[in-house]
Design a binder for this molecule. Structure first.
Ligand SMILES: Cc1ncc(COP(=O)(O)O)c(C=O)c1O
Length: 501
């Protein structure tokens, strides 16, 4: 008997542990791949395309179902189990209970069905398990990330000298963007010799719209700025931040002796997909000497579409841009990114020299951002981009924008739904069911509708609050969705509505 089964004989599948010898393990590993993929496809066709949200959908019911009679997490397993049993447990206990982004009427947060090639990229990245931090821990992976970052910089219109890095998502990218504003720009404004800390962070002002993602405010908080640093300015009737309102706030703040530091605009807001008025905000930032950060976590992908890129203009005028491929680039979680017009600023902000990394290489990502060990996130996007080409990506964006426009049209033509704003900026549509509902029950009605739709499994929408009112929110980042799905979704809402009034 070969050594391999001896050393791992305590396990039911020793060939999956000592995989050195292809004669012993390759067939077993190929079988593992077949079993795992078959399990994934069973999930896809038996569950994901069947229901948008698994059953039962409610927290307490599902918790009871998942944990069983103990009502809470089981003790860690002490003895080994065979893969077939684990896959069966996945199929039985996990596969039926998910928010299924594959479902054509799952129009949820910004969770897309991931491209199959992205899943393949994720698998390969996990097999080679590169820690893309110090260059030598992921030599080729670092170059793949550099290449993907180049493509993203080109996409937003950044020229030579720009750079960036991948991160867990928009929250982390926004955090790093605000760290740059503090350590590069505030230092410059204050004429300080070191990065500002402590009392130097008082009296600073950062301007956002009332539609900004919460992560901007949280980043400022965690970076040591006092709460009054964040100035949330009322957006216009299309939920966009206008430069005139920021200019007025900057003017008053200067009069009061405060230090305006940055505008953190959003290009594709979470609530409505609104795009702040970037060209005029960029002019203002230039005039006032403010750092311009653009959170294009979702909306940046519109640059992929030759037809619709104009809806997200002038990103290149920002000092830093957040862009999140795990939203509208249809990537498997997780992959977000921060792009910086002057790439040198990353190292100026984040560089450290721990003794255990020695002299380091040429491209040490741990010096360019907040994270240390970083997953090889770039591979799945690199493979997806090659697989689809920018043109292919653009087609998917166009399809989503068209579906959103169709939903908007159907709502405008109806007399039982209303929407806001009256035209989607990108692919988010906020709407609500109004017929037969008392004015003071409208908000509660939308919540009940959301729950009722979820229970049918036939579609999934979230809710959001806009100017104090509750709306259903369809975020279309799903390339499975067609106009027929939109018709069916509205019909299902109409069918469950009487039970929700
Ligand atoms: C505009 C915007 N910015 C940032 C984020 C945060 O991204 P993540 O949760 O992937 O970190 C989101 C998430 O929806 C978003 O919509």
């Amino acid at each position: 008997m070969p050594d391999t089964t001896d050393r791992f004989a305590w396990h039911p599948e020793p060939q999956l542990l000592d995989v050195r010898d292809a004669d012993v393990s390759r067939a077993a590993l190929e079988d593992l791949g077949r079993q795992a993929w078959a399990t994934a496809l069973d999930y896809l066709y038996d569950e994901a395309f069947r229901r948008a949200m698994g059953e039962p959908a409610g927290y307490a019911d599902l918790r009871a179902r998942f944990f069983g009679s103990t009502g809470g997490p089981a003790a860690a397993p002490t003895t080994p189990a065979a893969t077939a049993d684990l896959l069966a447990e996945f199929t039985e206990r996990i596969a039926p209970h998910n928010l299924n982004s594959w479902h054509p009427r799952a129009l949820s947060y910004f969770t897309p069905p991931p491209l199959m090639i992205s899943i393949v990229g994720e698998l390969l990245a996990q097999v080679i398990n590169q820690g893309v931090d110090v260059w030598h821990a992921g030599p080729a992976a670092a170059f793949v990330e550099e290449e993907v970052i180049r493509w993203l910089c080109d996409l937003v219109g950044y020229g030579e000298g720009s750079f960036g890095l991948l991160a867990s998502g928009g929250v982390m990218a926004n955090f790093m963007g605000m760290a740059l504003a503090r350590d590069i720009h505030l230092r410059q404004i204050l004429g300080a010799t070191t990065a500002p800390r402590g009392a130097a962070l008082e009296n600073v002002r950062v301007y956002v719209s009332d539609q900004a993602h919460f992560s901007i405010g949280r980043a400022l908080d965690e970076l040591g700025f006092p709460p009054e640093t964040l100035v949330a300015i009322e957006s216009d009737d299309r939920f966009r931040l206008r430069a005139s309102r920021v200019a007025a706030a900057v003017h008053l703040d200067r009069q009061d002796g405060h230090t305006p530091l940055a505008i953190a605009a959003v290009a594709g807001s979470t609530n409505t997909g609104s795009v702040d008025q970037i060209p005029e905000l960029a002019d203002l930032a230039e005039r006032e000497g403010l750092w311009l950060h653009i959170d294009a976590a979702y909306g940046g992908a519109a640059r992929l579409s030759a037809r619709d890129a104009h809806r997200v203009p002038d990103l290149h005028r920002a000092d830093s841009v957040t862009i999140d491929p795990h939203k509208w680039f249809f990537q498997a979680y997780d992959i977000g990114g921060l792009l910086v017009r002057d790439g040198r600023q990353l190292a100026l902000t984040f560089s450290r020299s721990p003794e255990y990394y020695g002299a380091g290489g040429e491209l040490d990502y741990y010096k360019l951002g907040f994270e240390g060990t970083r997953r090889f996130r770039a591979l799945k996007l690199w493979m997806s981009w090659k697989s689809l080409g920018t043109e292919g990506f653009g087609r998917l964006i166009d399809m989503n924008d068209d579906v959103a426009a169709y939903l908007a049209r159907r709502i405008r033509e109806s007399d039982d739904f209303e929407m806001t704003p009256d035209e989607p900026e990108l692919s988010v549509v906020c709407f609500r069911h109004v017929s037969g509902v008392a004015a003071d029950d409208l908000d509660a009605h939308q919540h009940r509708l959301q729950v009722a739709l979820e229970a049918t499994g036939d579609g999934w929408l979230s809710t959001t609050t806009l100017r104090g009112s509750t709306w259903l929110r369809a975020g279309v980042v799903n390339y499975m969705t067609t106009e027929r799905d939109i018709d069916r979704l509205l019909d299902t809402l109409r069918a469950v509505a009487p039970r929700s009034t």
